[in-house]
Design a protein around this ligand. Structure first.
Ligand code: SF4
Length: 424
């Protein structure tokens, strides 16, 4: 039985590349992802462990530290997109009153649940997503996650708890950090009521430290793309970020990047291995991936000798502000300093720093129809950044999961024209 990861690898440019180009660590990544789902499935069937559903940039360290197994519905949403199941499932959520204009992770995930269909079945022979004991959100990314989780909380009759984060933040103030730290701390008694066990500060600190180490290593992997030529692409990173999302706060997450992926990328740099043979252009991807079109996009860029070297999206799982000596406040800082929660001026400064690091010569903005939160092209940023950095920008209209919002032909033509512009 093929695993989901294999399906995604099929959908991935490296599967068609000569063997020297495939990232060997992928096998370990695949196992970590499989084990993650098997562990959850077993716990859901036997009741051996409590399961918390958590938003992808939610307080995972606290949940790990309190002994929960953690399931990330956004990860499931990305799978629905990558396997192209999403588009047919979204209308079932629309029929329940959830607009086609809101997050297509939400609508495809709810649609998938309503239809009893999940990519986990084909990939892992798992019948259904694991039943939650509690749902925990952080609105730092958007309000959709709260509404999404509220649907399941009503369905399963389990508690919904969360953190309401400041948004559109410029300079971060201490009152904001104190507020979020207090909100995270206030989750403790609510979660104790679910686990039936007292909070253990040492265990929590250990999870924070493991998450911090995972983040530091993940950053190093991403920054390896600053090398010319780049040893990997944004499209590779969307696959290898799996453990940084689902295994943060665990020893497996640390080991994946420390013992496998990072050494391999460093070796590639030493050996001068280019992810895109004959790399001529380097681009930055701003916005969500188009999950169902990773492979064709990666192939097109590779055929144009263009490496998409970095992205805001993959950088979003760097939480190296975490500090076990000050776990609540450092978590508050990590989850508030997040790109998506910041104002335009901060975001532009951030991308300008990436420009220095990754030496790209153009930026692709993905305007994802159902995710305004991660579509930063809508208020003049491409024009401002293009002027400030002296690089051309391209906006592609599409979506993370809903392929009805994406015209492949149009995107292809626009990308070709954009690379011609770079050639000139
Ligand atoms: S940030 Fe965008 S993609 Fe992520 S959950 Fe919110 S609306 Fe969906």
């Amino acid at each position: 039985m093929p695993t989901l990861y294999e399906q995604r690898e099929d959908d991935h440019p490296m599967s068609n590349e000569p063997p020297k180009k495939s990232i060997a660590a992928g096998k370990v990544c695949k196992k970590i992802m499989a084990d993650h789902f098997y562990e959850l499935d077993e716990a859901a069937r036997t009741g051996s462990r409590k399961i918390a559903w958590c938003t992808s940039v939610g307080p995972a360290e606290l949940l790990r530290g309190m002994g929960f197994l953690v399931y990330y519905p956004e990860n499931h949403g990305a799978m629905l997109g990558a396997t192209r199941m999403a588009t047919e499932l979204i209308p079932y959520a629309n029929a329940m009153g959830y607009s086609p204009d809101i997050c297509s992770y939400l609508t495809s995930d709810v649609g998938s649940f309503l239809q009893g269909k999940t990519p986990l079945t084909k990939a892992y022979n798992i019948e259904s997503v694991p039943r939650p004991d509690v749902l925990v959100f952080n609105t730092n990314q958007c309000r959709d996650v709260q509404d999404w989780f509220a649907w399941y909380a009503r369905h399963f009759g389990v508690p919904l708890v969360g953190v309401h984060t400041h948004r559109d933040i410029g300079l971060i103030r201490m009152y904001q950090i104190k507020d979020i730290a207090q909100q995270i701390e206030d989750l403790v008694p609510q979660l104790e009521a679910v686990t039936g066990e007292p909070f253990d500060m040492d265990r929590f600190k250990e999870a924070v430290e493991l998450s911090r180490r995972t983040s530091v290593l993940w950053r190093a992997c991403l920054e390896s793309a600053g090398a010319v030529p780049s040893p990997w692409t944004f499209f590779d990173a969307t696959i290898h970020m799996g453990p940084a999302v689902v295994a943060r706060g665990t020893a497996e997450g640390v080991s994946y990047y420390e013992d496998h992926l990072l050494p391999e990328l460093e070796q590639r740099i030493k050996d001068g291995v280019a992810a895109v043979e004959g790399e001529r252009h380097r681009l930055y991807w701003e916005g969500m991936p188009i999950w169902g079109k990773l492979r064709p996009l990666a192939e097109q860029f590779a055929s144009l000798k263009t490496c998409v070297v970095a992205s805001t999206y993959c950088n979003s799982w760097i939480f190296d502000q975490l500090d076990p000596a000050d776990p609540f406040e450092s978590m508050a800082r990590a989850y508030t300093e997040l790109f998506i929660a910041r104002d335009e001026a901060y975001k532009e400064k951030y991308i300008a720093q990436c420009y220095e690091l990754f030496k790209f010569d153009g930026i692709v903005f993905h305007d994802a129809k159902t995710c305004p939160n991660n579509s930063n092209n809508r208020y003049g940023m491409p024009e401002r950044l293009g002027r400030a950095l002296g690089v051309p920008t391209l906006t592609i209209n599409g979506d993370l999961c809903d392929l009805r919002c994406y015209s492949e032909e149009q995107a292809k033509t626009n990308i070709e024209a954009f690379i011609e512009q770079l050639e000139e």
